[in-house]
Structure formats: C-alpha cells, structure tokens
Design a protein around this ligand. Sequence first.
Ligand SMILES: Nc1nc2c(ncn2[C@@H]2O[C@H](COP(=O)(O)OP(=O)(O)OP(=O)(O)O)[C@@H](O)[C@H]2O)c(=O)[nH]1
Ligand SMILES: [Mg+2]
Length: 330
Amino acid sequence: MTEARLPSDERSPADLAREAEELAARVRAGERRAIARALTEAERQSPLSAALLRALQKGLGRALVVGFTGPPGAGKSTLVDAYLRELRRQGKTAGVIAVDPTSPISGGAILGDRLRMTSTLDNEGVFVRSLASRGHLGGLTPAAVRMIDVLDAASFDRIVIETVGTGQSEMDIAEVTDVRVVISAPGLGDEIQAMKSGLLEIGDILVVNKADREGAERTYHQLKAALRMRTGERATTPVLKTTALTGDGVAALAEAIEKVGERRLAAGPQTRRRMRARYLIARAAADLIAEQIRQADTEEIDRLADAVLEGSASAREAAVRLMAERLRGR
Ligand SMILES: Nc1nc2c(ncn2[C@@H]2O[C@H](COP(=O)(O)OP(=O)(O)OP(=O)(O)O)[C@@H](O)[C@H]2O)c(=O)[nH]1
Ligand SMILES: [Mg+2]
C-alpha cells in the first residue's frame, strides 16, 4: 500500500489485469501483506479490485462464513475473540471482518475492537480487519461481501463477520453469511426488544453472553419465550449461554456453529456464492433506483405525485412507472 502507483486512470486494462493476477497469486499463497492490500482494494472498490476479484473467483465458496451480530455492548468482539481462540485450539484458521457500527455511541469501539482482537490474535492463523470507513461506493455490506471473497481465496477455514444489530446492516449481513449467531446479554436495557425487532428471526443460534452477570437467567428465559412466540412450540433454534471473558460455553457455541455450518456447506460452493451475488444484485438494483429517482426531473415526479394524491395510482405503481420510463432503453 505504500508503493508509489500511477493514478488509476493511467493504468491500462492489461496492466491492471497483470497486477491483479500477481496479487491474486500472493493472496492464494496466504501472504499476509498481500491479503491486507487485497482487502483494502476490495473495500474501496478500486479500479484494481474488479480485476482482482475476477482473478480470485476460481475455487471460492469453500470457507464457512459466520456472522456475529447483536446490540452494542453485548460482548460480540469479546465473544468473537474467544471463538477465534477455540478455532485456533482446533487448528483452524479464520479471517475476521468487524463492520463499523452505525451508531455513534460505538464510535470508539472500532479502535477497541482492532486493538483487542489484533493484540491477542493477529497471528499466522488469524487475520482481523475492521471495516471502519464509510461512504465507499455501494455501502458497507457490499464491501464486506467483496472482502469475504478475498479471505475465502486466502483459504481461511472460517470467516467471521461482526456487526452491530441496530439497523439494516445486520439484516443485510444475514443474506450473505452461512451461519448467523445473534448475541444478547443481560443489563442492556432493551435487549429483548432488540431481539424482537427482527434479530430473532435471522439467528441460527441465539447466545446469552455475560452468563456470569446477574440477570442472565432471566434474559435466557425471555429469549426462549420470545422464540416460542415467533416459531411456536417446535422452536429448534439453540439458545446458548456464554461468558466470553472466561471462555465458558464457547466450545459449545463453536460446536453449534459447526453443526449448522455442515448443513449449509452441503449446499455446495456455487449455491452459496450465488446467494452472495444475488444480494449484490439486489443492492445494485436498489442503488440504481435511488439514483434514477434523484435524477428524475421535478415535473415528472410532480406528475406522479399528483396521480398518487388523486388516487389514480398507488405509490408503488408510481414508482414502477417512474422506473419503467427512466430505465427504458437501458
Ligand atoms: N461480565 C462480562 N463482561 C463481558 C463479557 N463479555 C464481554 N464483556 C464486557 O462487555 C463490554 C463490551 O464488550 P464488547 O466485546 O466490546 O461488546 P461488543 O458487542 O463488541 O460492543 P460493540 O462492538 O461496541 O457493539 C466489555 O467491557 C467486555 O469486557 C462476559 O462474558 N461477561
Ligand atoms: Mg465490538
């Protein structure tokens, strides 16, 4: 990343392709500097990244992608750290992407995450990257998806993604991960509320972390009850208790992840990669629509707005009409 480079527009497609092939080969060989560089290119969606991702495609879809999500302060980073230790104990390797919390309260947690995880675990078998910057083309989750491909190509056995469960991002993450671990903890105030707002549905495994804390039992039973309400008596989603600080319950969590993971991996690499590509298409479509609407002239929008007000078209019909008009000929 420190080497001098020509501005992107001065590199020919052939140069980019050659550079991408070289970098891809080093990533496949597991070279840490190359992985770091490739992650940065993928995150920024640089001119090189498209060629790089193409060069990396062969043989992808091997690694199991595990998402850890939950409200701020539930102990996600600490638990990821403990899970990584467990993986290392089993001789498995892991790449981690900690996605920037969207909530301003967690602003300081990025550095915390980076320090906490890298100081203890950034070694041969583990690679940690915080996705800390915003405003890149296409948003955080598409960037994370591109980064998954890089880590996958680097042959990490497990890829872990940590996201804060407060907005759209964790729902997006649900679409691109194989196994979803939803973490709660006692004493967060509205932890069950947060769970009810959709997190419960996406979890393959629910975790009550900080089991050492008072109130953990209560949180556990609340979760169980909420789960039964959602899915009926036949609720099969495991609810586990962990104390990330000591590692208690983490081996059982790792085992539960493997169990779900086995089922998901059975779908085969192509199906799982397609799931991620499908997500990228949906995101691109949404971006395209938003862009088209921004570019539509006021007259066109006003005409449709009047139609909605008069009741001659629903908002949805108006949107379809707007898109049809604007995308015609593409
Ligand atoms: N008592 C207790 N504290 C814990 C446990 N796990 C994490 N903590 C503490 O909870 C606090 C938050 O932990 P983090 O791992 O940063 O939580 P997080 O969910 O990653 O937080 P954000 O990334 O900011 O959303 C820290 O002070 C941890 O030391 C646990 O099992 N027991
Ligand atoms: Mg964290």
